[in-house]
Design a protein around this ligand. Sequence first.
Ligand code: 4G1
Length: 217
Amino acid sequence: MLIQIISLFPEMFPPVLETSMLFKAKTKGIVDYSYINLRDFGLGKRRTVDDTPYGGGDGMLLKPEPLVAAIEMARAKDPDAQTVLMTPRGGRFTQAKARELSKASGLVLVCSRYEGYDERVTAFVDEQISIGDYVLTGGELPAMVVTDAVVRLIPGVLGGEKSAEIESFSDDKTLEYPQYTRPENFRGMKVPDVLLKGHHAEIEKWRNKNNREIKQN
Ligand code: 4G1
């Protein structure tokens, strides 16, 4: 899967995507990341990418021409890619959405900056996704969150044992229980007895009693 990311700050991505499991997926040839610098599509000698909003208001917006030119370049390279605009106005990103995107042949992730983008850009993407309701300085961190959640679901990225485990989880509700590792006693806080005894059925019962659903909206 080719993941093309359009951003004014492409240098933000390699430290995250070229590390650990996301990098391993790349060395295995399962995914490739391509960072597209929006500045390269800026207008004029100054390579302008932003302008003031019609009707007034604070700050600057990304102009449509550079964004759409970058999107069209990415889509020319990968015509079947799912194109996603990262925006606080988008639908909430969930595990179900991650699973859906993990089945795409390619992704184009578009990151915004400043106070946002010209609304006409939305006509050139397939969908709009938000990772949650809080104010951020750009769509780059959301794009990394989506990439992380999606790539780990692509067959072959995790070990065989782990991917089987993922298949057994439902789309929207992953169960999680408290976990402990050594030491048995940490500053007077003891690991629950049942976990030390190796009684599988009892451990299962304890985990079921103490598990919580990861909250989905
Ligand atoms: C109004 C959050 C504005 C933010 C209301 C989640 C947030 C992209 C996301 C903002 C962004 C709320 C996201 C806000 C995001 C232009 C550049 C938009 C950054 C920008 C709740 C700033 N998931 N935010 N505006 O944060 O891109 O994907």
